[in-house]
Design a protein around this ligand. Structure first.
Ligand code: CA
Length: 237
């Protein structure tokens, strides 16, 4: 079965061969290509070699575990990551999202469920033409300084490495200083996603952004949740 789109490259990192076979079958059924690794180190190597469009990542892996793989990929890339968690590991779902996974599936899962998640993540990941074009200018307040041309961010005097998504999210906030932005607005502006689906993606990206910028005050810091609505960036204390 093929679908009306260009084929994507999916990287499956899963040490259980039967589950790896199932993942590959689903990926191929949806008209995409699948590359496979059976441990974390090989998975990371294939990630850098093949630059896949989506990663399906088992968290319990030999050699280098899935958490390390997730962290390494997320330091450098916004590639969609679907993590596979063992049953009875409720905590892993939250931790996975907190560390940058886009979605999770609990084993055992049905192939239909896996296929639906893969299709949804690939659809969301399609870039909007022109979305990356930003005027070369700078933004500075008492906390951060951003050079939009060089795409550099300085927080508390230190340069901070942000992924492309984190940079867009921060840019969205500083272009609306003091203004409450709904999760739907943030999904549209930073993710180019009109569906409004997945407010937890916003929540965990905000948590990562705060952490990277050194705003450990959380809800008392400059980037605050607006209860039942979204978030607001206000640099002055
Ligand atoms: Ca495993």
């Amino acid at each position: 079965m093929t679908e009306d789109h260009t084929a994507a490259q999916v990287l499956s990192i899963e040490d259980d061969e039967a589950i790896g076979d199932a993942i590959e079958a689903v990926v191929v059924k949806h008209g995409h290509h699948c590359v496979r690794a059976a441990n974390g180190r090989d998975g990371l190597r294939l990630f850098f070699e093949d630059r896949p469009d989506l990663v399906v990542l088992d968290l319990g892996l030999p050699v280098m575990d899935g958490w390390q793989v997730l962290e390494r990929i997320r330091e450098l890339s916004d590639v969609p990551i679907l993590v596979l968690t063992a049953r009875d590991r409720e905590k892993d779902k939250v931790r996975g999202l907190n560390e940058g996974a886009d979605d999770y599936l609990t084993k055992p899962f049905s192939v239909n469920e896996l296929g639906a998640r893969i299709v949804a993540l690939l659809r969301r990941a399609r870039p909007t033409p022109g979305a990356e074009v930003v005027p070369a200018e700078t933004y500075t307040d008492e906390l951060i300084s951003i050079d939009f041309g060089a795409r550099t961010v300085t927080s508390l005097g230190n340069e901070v490495q942000l992924t492309a998504l984190e940079f867009r999210l921060l840019e969205t906030f500083v272009r609306h200083v003091g203004q409450a932005l709904s999760t739907e607005q943030l999904l549209r502006l930073a993710w180019s996603d009109d569906t409004g689906v997945g407010p937890e993606r916003v929540k965990f990206s905000v948590l990562r952004l705060r952490r990277k910028l050194g705003w450990h005050q959380g809800e008392d810091g400059p980037l605050r949740a607006v209860r039942g609505y979204g978030y607001r960036y206000r640099p002055e204390s």
